[in-house]
Design a protein around this ligand. Structure first.
Ligand code: MLT
Length: 404
């Protein structure tokens, strides 16, 4: 008789965004006359930029021509894309990252879930609390997190680093030394950031203790303040302790197109074994690469026109963030985030729990957010709103919340 992976049975409930979507569908079915505005999952609403659409069309034509048709992509991704990434995202900022340290993939969610496979199951992970649930759930699936405490919503073998208003939503170095540290800045879900000096402290700490940092920089394009680092490789010593995950979803609207990459410097080693070699082995064995068409679209992100068009798109969403933040602050709510990130972190009023406020908002304003407690115990009493809606729906949602 076969046996299932028991670790899956430990997972409480369904994936956060699936639960939220289910609740939205139930409300819509029961209230067909009440149009709902979705500011929950961070899914983009603006169409692909013209430079990207043109690149896609050109690549489709190439695939239909026997002279230019392509089959399997190279293991790490096409060189044209890895060169563009290395030059624009790293070398232009003075960070030494070589094209062959970049692994192109179909997105940062998959990479952030899969990367734990190359580490021993004995490793102890540290996460910010609240946290993007993929980091925790995939470690649960691997059997690395111990047992779940239903009362506190925590796992026995996970080190939680609380992020709250008292520390500006920036994690403090943990008491207990972790092996793997997940950091995400600009942060999902709080929208908070840390300065370069603060990130340098984490890099120094990881090098001192022999930990590895998995740095998720999916929201890098939304950084607006000067002192916020765009990559962990801007910090001295990061090449020996960090890897970085990046996405084309949020900076270029690829949530439905799918493209991302992971950077693993060759100096990142455990007892002489490079993590680069392990991830290359995993990539080669389990993955056949993002489609040529999509990688060509990714290359267009770095073209002169692409950069201009995408900066305008990011500005559009950040104007939404400003509208939400200013509108809700004006209405007396306590809000943070939204300055270097497309997420607004809203304190629930009158000591309501996150889910109570979620229901209240859905019932009274017909607006869907994401309950903060779904991201971890320190998210209790908060709700996350995304700035990725259309301008019209964002303005309408703020008006509805103000008047509910
Ligand atoms: C979110 O809403 O947190 C993100 O859209 C999730 C993701 O990018 O996978």
């Amino acid at each position: 008789m076969f046996k299932v992976n028991d670790n899956y049975l430990k997972l409480p409930g369904s994936y956060l965004f699936s639960t939220v979507a289910k609740k939205q569908r139930a409300f819509e079915a029961a209230n067909p006359d009440k149009p709902v505005i979705r500011l929950s999952i961070g899914d983009v609403t603006q169409p692909l930029a013209p430079a990207i659409v043109e690149a896609l069309h050109r690549a489709v034509d190439e695939m239909g021509n026997p002279e230019t048709f392509r089959g399997y992509a190279p293991d790490l991704g096409y060189e044209f894309l890895r060169n563009a990434i290395a030059q624009n995202d790293y070398q232009a900022l003075g960070c030494h990252i070589a094209p062959d340290e970049i692994f192109v993939s179909d997105g940062a969610k998959c990479d952030s879930g899969n990367i734990q496979e190359i580490f021993s199951v004995d490793n102890k992970i540290a996460v910010c609390d609240p946290v993007y649930p993929v980091y925790i759930d995939t470690n649960v699936m691997a059997g690395r997190t111990g047992t779940y405490d239903v009362t506190h919503g925590t796992w026995s073998d996970v080190i939680y680093m609380p992020c709250h208003a008292g520390n500006n939503f920036a994690p403090e170095l943990p008491q207990e030394t972790p092996d793997i540290i997940y950091l995400c800045f600009p942060n999902n879900p709080t929208g908070a950031t840390i300065t370069k000096a603060q990130l340098q402290e984490w890099v120094d700490y990881a090098n001192r203790t022999g930990a590895v940092i998995i740095y998720d920089a999916a929201y890098e394009a939304y950084i607006s303040e000067a002192d916020v680092p765009h990559t962990i490789f801007a910090c001295e010593g990061a090449r020996t302790c960090a890897m970085e995950l990046r996405s084309f979803s949020k900076n270029a609207g690829f949530t439905g197109v799918r493209l991302g990459f992971t950077v693993i410097p060759k100096e990142l080693k455990c007892k002489g074994v490079t993590l680069h070699s392990l991830w290359a082995r995993r990539h080669g064995t389990k993955y056949n690469g993002a489609p040529y068409i999509v990688q060509k679209a990714g290359e267009a992100v770095y073209s002169a026109e692409g950069k201009i068009q995408l900066a305008a798109q990011v500005n559009y969403y950040m104007e939404n963030a400003r509208i939400i933040k200013d509108g809700l602050e004006g209405a007396g709510y306590e809000v943070s985030g939204g300055v270097n990130a497309p997420y607004i972190w809203l304190k629930t009023p009158h000591n309501m729990t996150s889910w109570e406020f979620f229901d209240y908002l859905l019932e009274r304003a017909n607006v869907v957010g994401t309950p903060g407690s779904g991201f971890g115990p320190s998210g209790e009493g908060y709700l996350r709103l995304t700035a990725f809606g259309t301008r019209e729906s964002t303005v309408a949602a703020v008006e509805r919340i103000k008047h509910m």
